[in-house]
Design a protein around this ligand. Structure first.
Ligand code: PLP
Length: 379
């Protein structure tokens, strides 16, 4: 981390910045390749759009959830995309059918099948399955059960019938179920269950199974811990030739490759709490507020200050880090201990590269956007 620390200390002079380190994304991708040489990896760009160009080089393709995401993937030369989303319009699907790359649509409803039929969709499709049992997996977010995603297993035979009736070929199933699963055993169970259910549904629907997509969910958390993929590799079933297993990691690849850096502009107390106020906040980095956790940070002291004799500081105290928004919810950390922190210092929130900037409400209050900088070039 020396390089990042040096950069923050010497060059990050004002405001808030996102610092991207794409080599960390590449390192994680290489780890996945070593562990799962047979799997196909499509980067879920919703985690961080800034890594799509890296994914175009090191992953097999990109998962997209909107026309904007598809356009971004095409612009950087991605060769293969998977497209999913609870709302897909006829116009969108008609446009998608003209894209000159390999496109797999994960169909989420019977209505989406009708729409695909109406635009004469010619490529094989996969059906997204909403298997409520997957919501028992230990993870931060669950995407099955009482959610509007996918088709319940009992309705899959009907969906296959309808697909055939409108001229579509069904090649398999998508099982995206969780986000941020840190437990290798549990994720292995998810893979095994997805594979088993796919065979069962293929049998019931009378289709030849060629495609099983287990979705995302490989965990990587704000403290820097991640799912033990080496262990996971030893637990997952292998598949017969001709059946492709696809995984769509977002967080696992992007989380370690982004840091949010902001400047301390004030310190004050109220009701027994010590507040540290930064130029920045949850409009740049919404994840801690969205999930209700404190994102760990490192204090990088700034040696230079114009009024050194009157520099506010906090010593040996737990502090609540808040941003510049006029809402009490603009909290990046509700209480972290600091040995010393002074106005003008920088706070670095690491492991923030996934769903940090990309889920944020950046328009709120019209504050300046955070800058971005990329450290280290493409290897
Ligand atoms: C369909 C789909 N695939 C993959 C992902 C990526 O998940 P993660 O970032 O947890 O790997 C998501 C995220 O919600 C998703 O909706």
């Amino acid at each position: 981390m020396t390089r990042l620390w040096d950069w923050v200390g010497n060059r990050c002079r004002s405001g808030a910045m996102w610092v991207w380190e794409p080599w960390r994304f590449v390192e994680r991708m290489e780890l996945l390749r070593r562990c799962f040489p047979q799997w196909t990896f499509l980067y879920a760009q919703k985690a961080n759009r800034s890594f799509v160009d890296v994914a175009a080089r090191v992953a097999d393709g990109v998962e997209c959830a909107s026309a904007g995401e598809v356009k971004r993937a095409l612009a950087v030369g991605v060769r293969r995309i998977a497209v999913a989303g609870p709302v897909m319009t006829r116009e969108f699907l008609a446009w998608l059918s003209g894209c000159a790359v390999e496109v797999t649509v994960h169909v989420e409803s019977l209505q989406q099948l009708r729409l695909l039929g109406s635009v004469d969709w010619s490529r094989p499709v996969a059906l997204r399955v909403n298997a409520s049992v997957a919501s028992e997996l230990p993870a931060t977010h669950h995407m099955t059960g009482l959610v509007p995603f996918g088709i319940e297993p009992e309705r899959i035979p009907l969906a296959v019938e309808m697909a055939h009736a409108v001229g579509l070929e069904v090649m398999g199933f998508s099982h995206h179920a969780v986000s941020n699963c840190l437990d290798a055993e549990a994720y292995a169970e998810h893979v095994a269950r997805s594979v088993g259910l796919s065979w069962e549904l293929a049998r019931l629907g009378g289709i030849e199974l060629r495609y099983i997509n287990v979705g995302g969910g490989l965990g990587s958390d704000p403290r820097g811990e991640c799912i033990d993929v080496v262990r996971l590799a030893g637990l997952v079933p292998s598949l017969p030739a001709g059946v492709e297993l696809v995984c769509e990691p977002g967080r696992f690849l992007a989380a370690p490759a982004g840091h949010y850096v902001c400047e301390v502009v004030d310190v004050k107390s109220a009701g027994g709490l010590t507040f540290v106020l930064v130029k920045g906040g949850t409009h740049h980095f919404r994840l801690p507020a969205a999930w209700g956790y404190g994102h760990p940070f490192t204090v990088v002291p700034d040696g230079w200050w114009p009024y050194e004799w009157d520099r506010p500081e906090v010593v040996d105290r737990e502090v609540r880090v808040c941003g510049e928004l006029c809402t009490p919810r603009d909290v990046l950390h509700p209480g972290q201990y600091v040995s010393r922190l002074r106005v003008g210092d920088r706070l670095v929130f690491s492991h923030a590269g996934a769903y940090g900037r990309d889920i944020s409400h950046s328009q709120f209050l019209s504050h300046e956007k955070a800058g971005t900088v990329t450290l280290d070039t493409w290897r």
